[in-house]
Design a binder for this molecule. Structure first.
Ligand code: ADP
Ligand code: MG
Length: 333
């Protein structure tokens, strides 16, 4: 196993966050099979049976830029993941922060937070942004937009799920026509907009799986000067449940379609992030709607952070390993 590279101002950071066992999991007698022996290493213990039926534990060890254990608060996760990106954005750059992982592994908890655990990365970033703007002399404006990608289609979360269309202009810049952008002038008004959008997200519940596990939610915060020139922008992306990618073989037609789409977009995402660190001129943006709308995040001086969220329980072992392998591939040079 090789150690993760640690570079000052690195453009791609890949971090892992393990959540604690939930109360329901404890009640079921779920065992915690994940541990983090250091801040950069995570180990998954898988129990196996040998040919002679004796049991043994197989240990899978992975290294990342940062591993955050179940004791980490959203505040600590923010400091070690999104914070450097927010600083980059505030100095005029572009940054993108992804929450990846199985449904229930803690993506939304990380991004949005919860009433019991306090605020998530969205709010912590927003606080830093407004704190910074209050210290400078230039007048800058803050805009927010929030939409969802489901089955390759875009829906505006700030406009009652209005259907949106992304297109590339002659200069190869991707525009989302009709996307609602709301100008906000305080932390509280921005958080209010986010909470409205989040409420829209959970509306489309249907059947077995909540829609939120099958769609990507993209929040964009832009800073512009009085001439509407962009002076910094940042995306927060709460990705669809990674386990849905294997629904591509589901007998149900709708699940199969959704699964295929999610699979395609997560594969394209991995390739696009990887190409950030290389001199590749050919980044496969067009392979999915997700990477197409995020095109700007994979070129130029963009910074990216992926937070791979994992569940600790033994029954999630396979999904946990899949998540860690995916994250490992993202950072591999
Ligand atoms: P996802 O968005 O990946 O599907 P959630 O964020 O909804 O997962 O998390 C699933 C459950 O686990 C929620 O009840 C959430 O409150 C809880 N949870 C997730 N991460 C943590 C954490 N770090 N600490 C405490 N509870 C957590
Ligand atoms: Mg979620």
């Amino acid at each position: 196993p090789r150690a993760a590279k640690h570079v000052e101002g690195q453009r791609i950071r890949v971090c892992v966050r393990k959540r604690p066992l939930t109360r329901a999991e404890c009640r079921r007698g779920e065992a915690d099979v994940v541990y983090a022996p250091s801040g950069e290493c995570v180990v998954v213990c898988e129990s196996k049976e040998a040919v002679d039926l004796t049991e043994y534990i197989l240990q899978h060890r992975f290294y990342f830029d940062q591993v955050l254990g179940e004791g980490s608060s959203n505040e600590e996760v923010y400091q070690k993941t999104a914070y450097p990106l927010v600083q980059h954005m505030l100095s005029g750059g572009k940054a993108t922060c992804f929450a990846y992982g199985q449904t229930g592994a803690g993506k939304t908890h990380t991004m949005l937070g919860s009433s019991s655990s306090g605020t998530g990365l969205y709010a912590l970033a927003v606080q830093d942004i407004f704190a910074h703007l209050s210290t400078i002399n230039t007048a800058l404006l803050v805009y927010v937009s929030f939409f969802e990608i489901y089955c390759g289609q875009l829906y505006d979360l700030l406009e009652h799920r209005k259907r949106l269309f992304a297109r590339e202009d002659g200069n190869k810049v991707v525009h989302i026509s009709g996307l609602r952008e709301v100008r906000v002038d305080s932390v509280s008004s921005l958080l209010e907009v986010i909470s409205k959008g989040t409420a829209e997200r959970t509306q489309g519940m249907s059947g077995v799986n909540p829609l939120s596990s099958r769609s990507h939610a993209l929040l964009q915060i832009q800073i512009r000067d009085l001439n509407q020139q962009i002076a910094g922008r940042m995306w927060f992306v709460d990705l669809a449940g990674s386990e849905r990618a294997s629904d591509a073989k589901d007998p149900n037609k709708q699940s199969r379609m959704e699964g295929a789409e999610i699979n395609q977009s997560l594969l394209a995402l991995k390739e696009c992030i990887r190409s950030l660190d290389k001199e590749e001129s050919h980044t496969p943006f067009r392979q999915s709607k997700l990477t197409q709308v995020l095109k700007d995040s994979f070129v130029g001086d963009s910074m990216t952070c992926m937070i791979a969220n994992i569940s600790p329980g033994h029954s999630a072992t396979e999904h946990t390993l899949n998540t860690l392998r995916y994250a490992d591939r993202v950072k591999e040079l």
